[in-house]
Design a protein. Structure first.
Length: 187
């Protein structure tokens, strides 16, 4: 209701922390999985779970970066945090490091996201389909979303990569984008 009515959205309210708290909990789960699977000795099933963990972590950071990176606007002064996303917490982040873990710049964040997607692409079950776990088509879709964001920020060539990965996502998944009629169909 608060979002619907645009109420209690400021820094003094809990609503703006909801995504932060929830996503970092999800990221911790991914990090726990990533830290326990050695790709050199893992079974194919364990490698698939490793790929899934990397895919979800990349998804969570993509969402967090988009939610918390301030954009130039006419209403607030964001000059002190312009271009900064969120802190990266990975499987190697200790509690001591966590106490001094500042927000990273957009470029560093997207390098981290893309490296996670590369690992997911490597480890995930290439034949997986369905909707309960990420498939290779879903990984390509996440690449497309990341490159769209990078293109919107002015990264040269990113839009072309977004198109390339969107085509791969469609081809690999066997799915197609919704038609106008499907999109507008309330059932």
């Amino acid at each position: 209701g608060a979002w619907l009515q645009n109420l209690a959205q400021g820094a003094d309210y809990i609503y703006c922390a909801y995504f932060w708290d929830a996503y970092y909990t999800y990221i911790k789960c991914c990090n726990d999985i990533i830290s326990t699977i050695d790709p050199e000795t893992a079974t194919s099933e364990a490698l698939n779970f490793l790929g899934i963990a990397h895919a979800y972590r990349a998804l969570f950071y993509l969402d967090l970066a988009r939610l918390y990176e301030p954009k130039e606007n006419n209403y607030t002064d964001v000059s002190s945090v312009l271009g900064l996303t969120v802190p990266i917490v990975d499987e190697n982040t200790t509690e001591e490091i966590g106490f001094n873990n500042p927000r990273v710049d957009r470029e560093t964040m997207y390098e981290f996201i893309l490296s996670g997607l590369q690992k997911a692409e490597t480890y995930i079950d290439q034949a997986a389909t369905g909707y309960t776990k990420p498939s290779l088509g879903a990984i390509y879709g996440l690449y497309a979303r990341a490159y769209l964001e990078m293109g919107a920020a002015g990264d040269e060539g990113a839009y072309a990569k977004a198109v390339e990965y969107a085509d791969l996502a469609i081809t690999k998944s066997g799915k197609t984008p919704l038609t106008q009629a499907q999109w507008e169909d309330p059932t």
